[in-house]
Design a protein around this ligand. Structure first.
Ligand SMILES: CC(C)(COP(=O)(O)OP(=O)(O)OC[C@H]1O[C@@H](n2cnc3c(N)ncnc32)[C@H](O)[C@@H]1OP(=O)(O)O)[C@@H](O)C(=O)NCCC(=O)NCCS
Length: 166
């Protein structure tokens, strides 16, 4: 049985050891998030972030939050991961769909995410309903998220920004 547990502050504390363990297994101890990254206070974080349990075992998670672009509130998926042992069984897409459902419930009509070329997953995001942002969308997105200084990384393929309309 698959369960999703929203990462309210209380659940974040309860599952922090599992989140750190998953993070290290998925992204490696050097690139993975530390506890303070998980705990950053961001808009709608508790609503859009969750850990995924498979028969009671933590197997993946998605961290999300929201931001405003020209007065429109947009969901942002920071981080998705499935532990290596459980990959390739469709869990990633189930986790992605849960994020889309949570955005829908929150009244958000757009969802964005990014990939870093060390963890590309382009095909996965396209299967999950995302498309690569156009140049115009990218510029507005980077501005709204205070990341305009990183434009070169997107232009030379070190990072890719994705969007889907819900
Ligand atoms: C990306 C990730 C979450 C996918 O999880 P998963 O449970 O293996 O994904 P699914 O089984 O639901 O895969 C669905 C489809 O996406 C594709 N896919 C999965 N992982 C992929 C990857 N790393 N790159 C490209 N495509 C991928 C597969 O083609 C699969 O389609 P198929 O079933 O037709 O073959 C998982 O591989 C992972 O945790 N990777 C490391 C972290 C990462 O890269 N996160 C994304 C950037 S933040």
């Amino acid at each position: 049985m698959i369960e999703f547990i929203n990462l309210t502050e209380e659940n974040m504390t309860r599952f922090m050891p599992d989140l750190i363990k998953l993070e290290h297994e998925i992204f490696g101890p050097e690139l993975g998030w530390a506890e303070e990254n998980f705990r950053l206070d961001l808009p709608r974080k508790a609503e859009l972030s969750f850990i995924c349990l498979l028969d009671g075992e933590p197997v993946g998670f998605r961290m999300g939050s929201a931001y405003f672009l020209d007065g429109v509130e947009i969901g942002h998926a920071h981080h998705i991961g499935v532990t290596p042992k459980h990959r390739g069984k469709g869990l990633g897409l189930v986790i992605n769909q849960h994020t889309v459902d949570l955005c829908y419930q929150a009244g958000l009509t757009q969802l964005t995410c990014e990939t870093d070329n060390r963890f590309p997953a382009a095909e996965f995001h396209v299967k999950g309903g995302f498309r690569k942002m156009t140049e115009q969308e990218l510029l507005r997105y980077l501005e709204a998220r205070g990341r305009a200084h990183r434009l070169a990384a997107y232009r030379d393929g070190r990072a890719t920004a994705w969007i889907q309309f819900i």
